[in-house]
Design a protein around this ligand. Structure first.
Ligand SMILES: *Cc1c(COP(=O)(O)O)cnc(C)c1O
Length: 375
């Protein structure tokens, strides 16, 4: 076994860049020649195209997925003193955005089968200060939106979807991000639709929310120098928009490839003791292919795979309710399923360009390690 080098990286963006090279260069050249680098026609064109793809009335190009969450929350009227119900098993930005608008994240445990927020546990977490629910479609798997929306409707709560890992995912035939009052997307390079820099998007069918979000991204102004509120500098830049326009027409094919990789892994890994495989559920776009390694072997296994040149990641090693920023708050309760997940999950190399040989190698090593070395 060769040490050190990741012969099979967890993610490799170079094949997609090679495939689209000529189109990318043409798009970049067009923007450079246009002299318009922030917002402008390229961003407007992307906003139209992505709104049509998602089937939503408004799409607002922003600086990042984190900003999309912050601006989405503010546009939905969430602010100081409010509580927002969310999952502790997500990237920090989900809860950070809630804190940044002055509200308090209230963590509700996950369903161990889906890794997403368990809607059955939401009602008990609602208080008179609850303003919104912020579900995350983790790893590209849509959250249980029917149940979440029913609770929100009954209680008069807003729903902001964190779709950072789920671009193109569908729930009962509709694209995620269009089910709640607003949806926040990230175009961080590693996401299913990634820019080559930071970028984000807020989508909504609500005209008022869209208008507020457009103001908030430009220092709280509709008209330059006539600022009406304190906002942000959070505009999508034209180069990223042009790159995203090149990539958008390919995203369905790439997501389908990801599902095929997941199906193949599930075949190759079936019957391995101590291994729990992800369900290939409806509309799942497999931003990550994440297994559970039972019996406290996860970290040793990850190291052994690294020695064999196989890159893996733990998303996420600490659930947010255990991070010191949140664990000390009175409103933070135990979330045992999230804690257990953080000790067991392991994400394997996935992407539209993972080859059969790579899948066979990854699965072969994992099977061998679990049936021999760490049996
Ligand atoms: C990536 C990610 C974000 C943040 O997006 P950025 O564009 O990096 O700011 C938020 N939530 C989740 C679940 C993410 O995976």
């Amino acid at each position: 076994m060769a040490g050190g080098v990741n012969r099979i990286p967890i993610l490799d963006l170079s094949p997609e860049i090679e495939e689209l090279w000529d189109d990318l260069m043409a798009a970049i050249t067009r923007v450079l020649r246009s002299g318009q680098f922030i917002l402008g026609p390229e961003v407007e064109a992307f906003e139209r195209e992505v709104a049509e793809y998602l089937g939503v009335k408004h799409a607002i190009g922003l600086n990042s997925g984190t900003d999309a969450l912050v601006i989405g929350l503010r546009a939905l009227g969430v602010g100081p003193g409010d509580e927002v119900i969310t999952t502790p098993f997500t990237f920090f930005a989900t809860a950070e955005a809630i804190s940044l608008v002055g509200a308090t994240p209230v963590f509700v445990d996950i369903d161990p089968k889906t890794f997403n927020i368990d809607p059955n546990l939401i009602p008990a977490a609602i208080t008179s200060r609850t303003k919104a629910i912020l579900p995350v479609h983790l790893y590209g798997r849509p959250a249980e939106m029917d149940a979440i929306l029913a609770i929100a409707e009954e209680q008069g709560l807003k729903v902001l979807e964190d779709c950072a890992q789920a671009f193109g995912a569908t729930y009962r035939g509709k694209k995620v991000g269009t089910l709640g009052h607003a949806g926040a997307f990230s175009f961080f390079p590693s996401k299913n639709l990634g820019a080559y820099g930071d970028g984000g998007l807020l989508v909504t069918n609500d005209d008022g929310v869209a208008e507020l979000a457009r103001m908030l991204r430009a220092h709280g102004s509709k008209r330059k120098y006539y600022n009406e509120m304190v906002g942000y500098n959070s505009r999508l830049d034209a180069l990223q928009a042009a790159i995203l326009r090149v990539k958008l027409p390919h995203v369905d094919r790439w997501n389908e490839k990801r599902r095929q990789v997941a199906e193949r892994y599930n075949e190759l890994l079936s019957g391995v003791p101590g291994l729990v495989l992800p369900e290939i559920s409806e509309g799942h776009v497999f931003h990550q292919y994440t297994v559970r390694i039972l019996g406290g072997k996860r970290d040793r296994l990850q190291q052994a795979l690294a020695k064999a040149g196989i890159g893996t990641m733990v998303y996420y090693p600490v659930p947010l309710h255990e991070l010191p920023v949140y664990s000390k708050k009175e409103s933070t309760k135990e979330c045992l399923n999230a804690t257990q997940a953080s000790e067991e999950v392991l994400s394997l190399p996935i992407g539209p360009f993972v080859s059969q040989r790579e899948m066979t190698s990854v699965a072969g090593h994992l099977r061998w390690l679990l049936t021999h070395t760490y049996a």
